[in-house]
Design a protein around this ligand. Structure first.
Ligand code: ZN
Length: 357
């Protein structure tokens, strides 16, 4: 058992876990949460707003998962392959369980509806593509009835890991620029693109190699500052999903959160504030089922413990944590976050399967 697992297991004894330690919303609980917190969508209502409801990888109808950073919906079969690839490739989330931040759901919905899949499958869709002219073997996209292994899984790896169907930048194809110069040019284009609502362009630029943390020397800001200034909530989600640093400082010493506030984009400012605490919030929700209210200055909720049962094992674990170097602690928290993500997704998968029994 890894260290992260041990921590989850240890703390489970001192909280009131639901469904074996994974906080799962029943319909009634979910409704209650949404009533109390209008910022959280009730998926049963918003699911109908997802416009292209087929699996992006095999075309199966009624997909029950989404890949947040890929901007596509997935069936449970294809999702299982995405999960095996890791969160750095695909961040999957159930459409049927749990809660979604409205801005994340809008972002996924918008990206899916406006052709994110055509970015990942450009050369499959474009029959006049130069790649086909060059004799690239014709690849058939799987259909829902194809076997998961090897047909769907091989296709998913080609599409999402090796990016073989993605259109390269003209600048790169024609050998005009390369290396750092190419990245800088794509990043400058991204810096300009995120002020508009055109998500697909920003996605293409990121896929082609634009740096989400590019600091524009003349404009003295990063793409996240620009999106915050122009109130582009979905562009902010795209940048965060692709590794943009929420704490980046612009030429005036301001973070994107401060830029959003100074431009009266209060909903975006709230979302950026929440994003600062995403890791601890997710872990706290998992352990105790409550999310801290950051707007009121509450950033942590310590799960209630049964003082009479604090074990020797927990005391030893706490003492050890006190002396862990920062870098190692950071890695430990990342492991813990991944473990929470795995368990929540596993629980969603089990519930999804039980619906069909
Ligand atoms: Zn599928």
């Amino acid at each position: 058992m890894c260290f992260a697992n041990t921590i989850v297991e240890t703390h489970k004894k001192f909280i009131t876990p639901k469904e074996g330690g994974v906080y799962i919303h029943t319909k009634a609980e979910h409704r209650e949460i949404c009533d109390k917190n209008p910022n959280l969508y009730n998926m049963s209502r918003t699911k109908s707003r997802l416009q292209i409801e087929v699996c992006g990888d095999c075309g199966a109808s009624d997909p029950s998962w989404a890949s947040i950073n890929r901007g596509i919906l997935l069936c449970s079969d294809c999702c299982s392959v995405h999960r095996s690839l890791g969160r750095h490739i695909s961040m999957v989330k159930s459409l049927r369980q749990g809660t979604w931040e409205p801005s994340v759901l809008n972002f996924v919905n918008s990206l899916n509806a406006h052709g994110a899949n055509s970015v990942w499958e450009h050369h499959l869709l474009d029959t006049n593509s130069s790649k086909n002219d060059k004799g690239m073997p014709r690849v058939r996209k799987p259909n829902p009835k194809d076997p998961l292994h090897p047909v769907k899984s091989d296709f998913i790896k080609s599409k999402h890991v090796n990016l073989v169907f993605v259109l390269k930048s003209n600048l790169q194809e024609e050998g005009i620029i390369s290396g750092v110069n190419l990245e800088n040019e794509l990043s400058r284009q991204l810096h300009a693109s995120v002020r508009t609502s055109n998500l697909e362009t920003s996605l293409r630029l990121l896929v082609q190699g634009a740096n989400p943390n590019y600091f524009h020397e003349e404009k003295r800001s990063t793409p996240l500052h620009v999106a915050a200034k122009f109130g582009q909530a979905s562009q902010i989600e795209l940048l965060i999903a692709n590794g943009a640093d929420i704490n980046a400082i612009d030429g005036n010493g301001l973070t994107p959160l401060e830029v959003a506030k100074s431009n009266n984009h209060n909903v975006i400012a709230e979302r950026l504030l929440d994003s600062l605490y995403e890791v601890t919030d997710r872990i706290i929700m998992f352990l105790g089922g409550k999310k801290p209210d950051h707007s009121s200055g509450c950033h942590l909720i310590i799960p209630e413990t049964n003082n009479t049962e604090i074990s020797e094992q927990l005391t030893i674990a706490r003492n050890r944590l006190q002396v862990v170097p920062n870098k190692m602690f950071e890695e430990l928290v990342m492991d813990l976050y991944d473990e929470v993500d795995r368990r929540e997704n596993e629980a969603s998968k089990i519930i999804n399967l039980s619906v069909f029994k």
